[in-house]
Write a protein that binds this ligand. Structure first.
Ligand code: ATP
Length: 414
């Protein structure tokens, strides 16, 4: 059977993965067999998410669905942050994985509570929605999920008595661990900014999260870390870092959807008030020109965006929100050579020539020599073809890091 849980936390504490990991441990102690534990990220643009729009799914065998459902509801009732207006937990148990269409809808588009309840009824699921029941959307999406591409995250959780206190970590060990396991792990640190990015700062129970390509790599990386002792840890199979949220663009952007869009830069990127950089983009798929933004928190990524020029052919990845594409990464497919026209040098005396008038070529002021052609030089663009992404701090959980794209390209070549 599959158990889905969502929407148990608030900015003041808790984390649905923590609740899921505790439940997995309780069930195992009670004699159940736990299969795959999944952490799925859903549409990053839903406005009522607490942090990263996560939901969990536990694969369980042994016992009855009713007993598992009751154990999950008891734990949710004990630990969920019910006082927060935005916390509306949902618990779902099904015997078989439902149609993945609902997962894709929750991942790439939007769902309503009403349609979720109708589906739950239709498939005969055990379900309970608390308060407005919005968490049922994530819970049903989690049990319906399919992961054609998957990564892993080892989440280490804090001891209860440390909740709300500053996390004690030795930053150097995180840099050393990242260096020793890259590119098989990613987003542990941001080497350019010199910061540790895998340790949250809020009141939630997570001590750190190590992301990587396999359970072995994330465990190996965690073994190299020096920190306060974690209470326990859990490796989750996830859709993080897979670009699963991206739709292929078909010419009409929809609010709150994320796209992969091929097209051409239509004007010179400009720096706006607040340090945001934007430009116009003409999609190959047709439709209107799109305004594209690299926002201030994307830091040095904006310097690369500023180097783009009208005519460059790119593949953009990002979310469409409030009439603009919020850029996550892009690939420079072909860069227009930058040509600078200069007046030529005089072939007789070597001096610079000046225009002799429209269509009349050039003449030399010193020796009166004449020539018809112009001198054209190529300018250095300062950007090469290839992928560019926002720094780890500004990265979406679902966005595939370039390190993964390059690994795939290398293994295809081998
Ligand atoms: P948590 O750790 O509790 O899961 P979170 O940051 O992941 O925190 P939630 O608190 O779960 O965010 O809030 C997200 C809410 O949005 C949930 O109730 C979930 O069911 C709902 N939701 C997720 N995806 C969609 C979607 N595509 N359309 C509508 N609602 C969605």
């Amino acid at each position: 059977m599959f158990l889905g849980i969502d929407d148990t936390d608030s900015p003041d504490g808790m984390c649905t993965t923590y609740l899921g990991a505790m439940l997995a441990e309780n069930l195992q102690r009670a004699g159940y067999t736990l299969g795959e534990l999944r952490l799925v990220r859903l549409n990053p643009n839903v406005i009522w998410k607490t942090r990263g729009n996560a939901a969990v799914c536990l694969e369980i065998s042994g016992g009855t669905p009713e007993a598992v459902f009751n154990a999950a509801c008891e734990l949710v009732e004990e630990f969920a942050e019910f006082d927060c207006e935005n916390t509306n937990p949902g618990v779902v148990v099904v015997n078989e994985r439902p149609d993945p269409a609902f997962y894709y809808q929750a991942l790439q588009r939007f769902c309503t509570i009403g349609e979720t309840v109708r589906r739950l009824e239709k498939i005969g699921a055990l379900y309970r929605g608390y308060k407005c029941g919005r968490g049922l959307i994530g819970a049903l999406a989690a049990v319906s999920s399919v992961l054609p591409d998957a990564t892993y995250e080892l989440l280490a959780y804090r001891s209860v008595e440390r909740f709300g206190t500053p996390r004690e970590i030795m930053a150097e060990s995180f840099f050393a661990s990242a260096a020793a396991t890259f590119p098989h792990t990613w987003d542990t640190v941001d080497p350019a900014a010199g910061t540790v990015v895998c340790v949250p700062h809020g009141k939630d129970p997570v001590l750190y999260g190590i992301r990587g390509e396999s359970p072995e790599w994330v465990k190996r990386s965690a073994e190299l870390l020096i920190s306060e002792p974690p209470a326990f840890s859990q490796v989750w199979k996830t859709n993080q870092g897979t670009d699963a949220h991206l739709l292929d663009y078909e010419g009409k952007p929809q609010e709150g959807c994320s796209y992969r869009i091929d097209g051409v830069v239509a004007d010179t990127p400009m720096t706006e008030c607040g340090g945001h950089v934007d430009f116009l983009f003409t999609p190959d798929a047709g439709g209107p020109n799109l305004r594209v933004f690299a926002f201030e928190p994307t830091k040095d990524f904006r310097h690369t965006v500023r180097k783009l020029q009208s005519g460059d052919h790119l593949t953009l990845c990002g979310s469409w929100r409030k009439d603009a594409l919020h850029l996550e990464k892009f690939r420079a497919n072909t860069l227009r050579p930058a040509r600078v026209r200069k007046s030529p040098k005089c072939p007789v005396c070597g001096g610079r020539m000046t225009s002799a008038g429209y269509g009349k070529g050039y003449k030399c002021r010193s020796c009166s020599g004449r020539i018809r052609t112009q001198e054209i030089t190529e300018q250095i663009r300062g950007i090469a073809e290839g992928w560019y992404e926002v720094p780890p701090d500004a990265r979406r959980h679902l966005a595939k890091p370039i390190a993964r794209i390059q690994e795939e390209t290398n293994s295809l070549r081998e």
